[in-house]
Design a protein around this ligand. Structure first.
Ligand SMILES: C[S@@+](CC[C@H](N)C(=O)[O-])C[C@H]1O[C@@H](n2cnc3c(N)ncnc32)[C@H](O)[C@@H]1O
Length: 373
């Protein structure tokens, strides 16, 4: 039996998965860049000569692109490389899942466990997580095929860095690395230099790799990760135990937690909000404010695809995620005025922020605020 929880491809599987990562990068960058040239140099001038003005809206731009064979090629390759990615990680999961579940059971029953795993039978998982195979992960995040299942978490964990890096949203981190959590921890220090967090909450912690970073950076803090997908929090708990780190994980809705007011002095999340809904964004922001201790910091990170920052061309390729890639709220999130939502949720306008930071190849959208002492 393995002594650790983790996605461990063998050499052949790893090389197939790396190939798919490169293929996705090639499609997202090289082919998409060529398509953008065709749009700018051929399709827009044709439109202008026929209509007398440039395309005005995403719908105008989509109409132009959808008539072109290179768009069909880009779309087909993007769609099928996603299938290839899930098929490739499934091969590893099929080989190791029974052993990984046994490892999880052993770690979660160890008498000298370092952290607590809390499950909540009465939790009602909200749409779209409950209704959608997010980014077309087969079975979605929460499907359970066996007792103590962690299979969806293994598959997620095996793709997340590949997917982020191929989309230019990563820090170049390797499989299973905690590099985005490390980034968030360092940004929290910049935004709140004198804060020495004692209680940290990671909302939508997923499979927990990034949550571990907060314990590594702030070893004296009590660190808790919550997520509404049960296989994910199981996986996170097993992984933390096998890494010898004492963190708590709980199955919980970030918009309706069980914690009392002023419970945490650092509240973070990484790419959770764009997988929720307008109502949940509002609930989670209100909950972030309610749970924040005076003097504390809320620091959420999500995708930087707000339309005012993007050309019409990019808005079309971005909206493709909604139509074809199991990301129903990708554009809806980007179109929300998050600064206004923060203020409406109770954040004070002296300390609320919603801005961008570029780190290496990626730009991230950061939002949150501080509560006065
Ligand atoms: C894209 S994943 C990111 C996971 C993790 N933060 C990471 O960076 O790897 C988004 C996570 O948010 C969780 N999530 C979405 N809505 C949630 C909610 N209302 N409450 C708790 N978790 C939620 C999902 O189950 C999923 O694990």
């Amino acid at each position: 039996m393995a002594d650790k929880i983790g996605f461990t491809p063998n050499r052949d599987e790893a090389s197939r998965q790396a190939f798919i990562g490169s293929l996705k990068g090639y499609i997202n960058f090289n082919i998409e860049t060529r398509l953008e040239q065709v749009y700018d140099e051929v399709l827009v001038p044709e439109f202008e000569s026929q209509q007398g003005s440039a395309p005005q809206s995403r719908a105008d731009a989509a109409g132009l692109l959808e008539s072109h064979p290179l768009y069909h090629l880009w779309s087909t390759l993007t769609f099928h490389s996603q299938n290839m990615m899930w098929n490739a990680v499934q091969q590893t999961s099929d080989r190791i899942i029974e052993d990984q579940v046994a490892t999880f059971e052993k770690l979660s029953q160890k008498p000298d466990r370092l952290g607590v795993l809390s499950l909540k039978d009465e939790l009602v998982v909200q749409a779209p997580i409950s209704t959608t195979e997010i980014h077309r992960q087969p079975g979605g995040y929460w499907k359970e095929a066996r007792p103590n299942d962690i299979e969806t978490a293994l598959n997620y964990s095996g793709t997340v860095d590949l997917y982020r890096n191929a989309k230019g949203m990563g820090t170049g981190g390797k499989l299973g690395s905690d590099s985005i959590g490390q980034l968030l921890a360092s940004i929290s220090k910049k935004r709140a230099p004198t804060l020495d967090p004692q209680d940290i909450l990671d909302m939508g912690c997923g499979t927990g790799e990034q949550t571990l970073a907060y314990k590594r950076v702030f070893p004296d803090a009590a660190v808790t990760g919550i997520d509404c997908a049960r296989p994910f929090v199981r996986y996170a708990h097993g992984m933390a135990e096998s890494e010898g780190l004492g963190l708590n994980f709980a199955e919980m809705d970030a918009g309706n937690t069980d914690y009392s007011d002023d419970s945490f002095d650092l509240i973070v999340s990484i790419i959770m909000f764009h997988e929720t809904s307008p109502a949940q964004v509002r609930n989670i922001l209100k909950e972030s404010w309610r749970l924040l201790k005076p003097g504390g910091l809320v620091l959420h990170l999500d995708v930087p695809y707000q339309p005012h920052r993007m050309s019409l061309f990019k808005q079309v390729t971005n909206h493709w995620q909604v139509r074809h890639n199991g990301e129903p709220f990708w554009t809806g999130f980007a179109e929300m005025d998050i600064y206004k939502e923060l203020i409406d949720a109770g954040f004070d306008d002296q300390h609320a922020f919603a801005d961008y930071e570029t780190v290496g190849p990626a730009t991230f959208f950061f939002f949150g605020g501080r509560k006065d002492q």
